[in-house]
Design a binder for this molecule. Structure first.
Ligand SMILES: Nc1nc2c(ncn2[C@@H]2O[C@H](COP(=O)(O)OP(=O)(O)OP(=O)(O)O)[C@@H](O)[C@H]2O)c(=O)[nH]1
Ligand SMILES: [Mg+2]
Length: 464
């Protein structure tokens, strides 16, 4: 893919479909000229749109040369470099109908603009030096956010998230490198009196803990981004599907008194305290399945293996049986919560389940039928995952590319510290630190290849 700085791109920036308004965004050197040819301002001026209109909204009409007026619009003008892309940008705010929007976009294209590729506006913002690559990645996370918490994490990353902290760490590391290089340049006889050992202390106490913190926050970041994989497992008829419906507040899944009702796994997105959660209903696991059930059970077991958290559901109105115990044996090594359902059928407190290795205090009691205990269950889900450590989200790593690069930094710095500890070979230490700095730079987008950029920006929508 080639990006010419001398071409002008255009796309609909708002989502497709009918809406109150839609925005067509045009960016590039011919943006003013192209729009001037098709825009008739209310107060007719001969000059067309120019830099004098910077940050102004101009009212008027879009006029097709053959068919006449297409729409009544407001046109926003932003001059480069003080615009999102750092180029000249015009945004046409038109009425939101899909037909009108498409007609205006087509007209803009016939006047010389090229349809924008996915993420091309943001790519230009990056290439123009307005944002770094970590910030561009935060833009897509913000757009894709499905819950309040995920959106907040995206916004924090954009404002003062990882990019700012990487800059600080990079500066600290450059100072350390400068001292090591000064040490290397000293005369041999001075080396005996000088030492680079204190630099190890600075790396291990000021830099590595921050990096390690980011790396270990990745699980939280992935959950914020993709949703927590919550799988409800248990033998047939314990109320798994009823609990899914209760979470969703609707009769989404079939519930009957017949054991073996759910045959296939069913996934739905829910929001627990601002956290995106993909809740999976599974087929009841039991010993003598028919061929259809056997396939369902196989899928259930695969979903359980992939889960971030398993809700092991048992029927509180009945004693536990060997099937319950067998399922518990399967899930107990994973993150799980034991949930005793149907407490509405019990007189007083249901008897605690007796399973070897199970701490009865940790059992959450609910009724999927009445909704009793559901809020406590949601609290336990959030608690169990240890989420919410960073309420503003600025220290949460959400991006796999960034994680891999931070792991590289971590390895190089560990190796540098190791060299300092062993032989004080300053040249080797310097090489490791330079490699760590290179990985830092890549996080911010310096020196990354076109392929990496293509891969990042193809995940964007057209118009962003
Ligand atoms: N009294 C009472 N009945 C419940 C409760 N939860 C579920 N049930 C009933 O238990 C029966 C089975 O519920 P389901 O939700 O279909 O159970 P399941 O675990 O999905 O069952 P399978 O799909 O067969 O594995 C239905 O008759 C539900 O109405 C509860 O909390 N209290
Ligand atoms: Mg079911």
């Amino acid at each position: 893919m080639h990006y010419l700085s001398n071409d002008t791109i255009a796309a609909v920036a708002t989502s497709q479909g009918t809406g109150g308004i839609a925005i067509i965004k045009i960016s590039g050197p011919q943006a003013f000229e192209i729009v001037s040819r098709i825009f008739r301002p209310r107060h007719l001026t001969a000059r067309g749109l120019t830099a004098c209109d910077h940050q102004r909204l101009v009212y008027g009409h879009i006029v097709h040369p053959q068919t006449g007026v297409l729409d009544e619009v407001l046109v926003a003008v932003m001059c480069g470099p003080r615009s999102y892309t750092t180029e000249d940008v015009v945004e046409i705010n038109c009425h939101g109908g899909a037909v009108v929007t498409q007609e205006i976009l087509n007209l803009v294209i016939t006047q010389g603009a090229r349809p924008a590729q996915p993420g091309e506006f943001t790519r230009r913002a990056f290439l123009g030096g307005r944002i770094n690559l970590a910030e561009a990645e935060a833009v897509i996370d913000l757009i894709n956010a499905k819950t309040r918490k995920a959106a907040r994490a995206g916004l924090q990353q954009l404002n003062n998230g990882i990019a700012q902290q990487i800059n600080e760490l990079q500066n600290m590391l450059m100072e350390i490198l400068a001292e090591i290089e000064a040490y290397i340049d000293f005369d041999d006889d001075l080396e005996e009196t000088l030492s680079i050992s204190p630099l190890k202390q600075r790396m291990t106490s000021d830099i590595l803990p921050v990096i390690n913190g980011f790396i270990s926050s990745f699980r939280e970041g992935r959950i914020l981004k993709e949703g927590l994989r919550l799988v409800i497992a248990g033998r047939p008829n314990v109320g798994k599907s009823s609990l899914v419906n209760r979470f969703l507040n609707q009769e989404r899944v079939i519930v009957t008194a017949v054991p073996g009702t759910t045959r296939d796994i069913i996934e739905e997105m829910i929001d627990i305290d601002g956290l995106p959660v993909v809740v999976t209903d599974t087929a009841g696991i039991h010993r003598r399945p028919d061929p259809v059930e056997a396939i369902g059970i196989e899928k259930s077991e695969a979903a359980i293996a992939e889960a971030d958290l398993v809700l092991f559901l048992i029927d509180g109105s009945e004693p536990l049986n060997s099937e319950d115990r067998q399922i518990y044996g399967q899930i107990k090594r994973q993150d799980h919560l034991v949930v005793q359902n149907k407490i509405d059928l019990c007189q007083g407190q249901p008897p605690p389940p007796t399973i070897e290795g199970l701490c009865t205090e940790e059992v959450v009691r609910i009724s999927a039928l009445t909704g009793d205990g559901l809020e406590r269950l949601k609290e336990q889900i959030v608690l169990r995952l240890g989420l919410g450590i960073d309420p503003d989200g600025s220290r949460i790593l959400v991006n796999l590319r960034q994680r891999k690069l931070l792991e590289a930094v971590q390895q190089h710095l560990d190796q540098a510290c190791c060299y300092i500890g062993q032989t004080c070979e300053a040249e080797l230490v310097a090489i490791e630190i330079k490699d760590a700095l290179k990985a830092f730079q890549e996080i911010l987008g310096q020196g990354v290849s076109e392929d990496v950029l293509d891969h990042i920006f193809e995940r964007f929508c057209i118009g962003k």
